[in-house]
Design a protein around this ligand. Structure first.
Ligand SMILES: [Zn+2]
Length: 291
């Protein structure tokens, strides 16, 4: 057998073996994971890096995660402010990994000290559509032969996101009050801006690490009593002790506003989607913002 024949033969075998093999996608947080599932569908094996129920902002990858990322085709992250470790590790990743910053092209809002920008872009469905465009680009770059497939899935999913946006816009246009008291960290800035709401929170930060000071809590309790709020909101996956304390002091009821960073084991098992979460939030907002 000549050399050319052997080379051709083995190339053929490798092509046959890789045919039908799914591309491996690692998504750092839940929205990225859900968007990737909707674009890759049966062509992709999408893994959520965060273990179920774990707080997203303080997460650092384990050595096992590092191995999974190194052997993947695509790494989807939310941006420098959400996953600062990606930048650190990207230098050591092989060229075979397509690294995609889902906030690429999005105008992010900075905090008062211009020290950090708000990473929670997915809370606005129209910005989520931009994130989906970035995900789609990454899929096409990593697997160009299926360009048409990813483009079609992307179009269909963005349609759903746009419908979600229209529904939220319409249903929130007729609520009685537009000021939300949220006992969690600063998650809903982009959402509030899109739908003309204001959020008051005892937190000062884009991450739940630093708990609110007693003074901020006391100020908030006064605001609630004066403002006659019937409901206040708490965030997912974190012990709602601030919310419970405020509720006890003011008589307000507590409702969930889910920031979608990550899901509980039960919600993941039940197949909850980003759109389900946003619709749940809409329902609770309509309930709590009635006079
Ligand atoms: Zn957050």
């Amino acid at each position: 057998m000549n050399r050319l024949f052997i080379t051709t033969f083995f190339t053929l075998i490798l092509t046959v073996l890789s045919f039908g093999e799914k591309i491996k996608v690692i998504a750092t947080i839940f929205p990225n994971y859900d968007f990737a599932r909707n674009i890759g569908k049966e062509m992709a094996e999408v893994t959520l890096l965060l273990p179920p129920g774990v707080e997203a902002h303080s997460y650092e990858p384990t050595p096992r995660d590092m191995v999974r990322i190194t052997t993947s085709d695509i790494l989807l992250y939310t941006g420098e402010d959400m996953e600062p470790w990606v930048h650190r590790m990207s230098r050591n990743l092989p060229d075979s990994v397509t690294i995609c910053d889902l906030s690429h092209g999005v105008n992010k809002v900075e905090d008062e000290d211009h020290g950090h920008s708000d990473p929670h872009i997915w809370t606005d469905p129209l910005l989520a559509m931009q994130m989906v465009d970035n995900v789609t680009e990454a899929f096409i770059q990593a697997d160009p032969k299926n360009r048409e497939y990813y483009t079609q899935n992307s179009k269909a999913y963005k349609n759903k996101l746009y419908q979600l946006h229209q529904k939220i816009e319409k249903e929130l246009s007729s609520i009685d009050r537009r000021d939300v008291v949220f006992a969690g960290h600063m998650v809903f800035g982009y959402f509030a801006k899109r739908y003309d709401l204001t959020f008051t929170t005892p937190y000062r930060s884009f991450s739940p690490d630093a708990e609110p000071t007693p003074r901020r809590m006391a100020e908030l309790i006064t605001t609630i009593k004066k403002g006659g709020y019937s409901h206040i909101y708490f965030e997912e996956l974190i012990n709602p002790k601030s919310a419970k304390l405020i509720a006890r002091e003011t008589g307000a009821e507590i409702l969930l506003l889910h920031g979608a960073h990550n899901l509980s084991k039960e919600d993941l098992k039940a197949g909850k989607s980003y759109i389900d979460i946003m619709e749940g939030n809409l329902k609770n907002l309509k309930r709590g913002l009635k006079k």
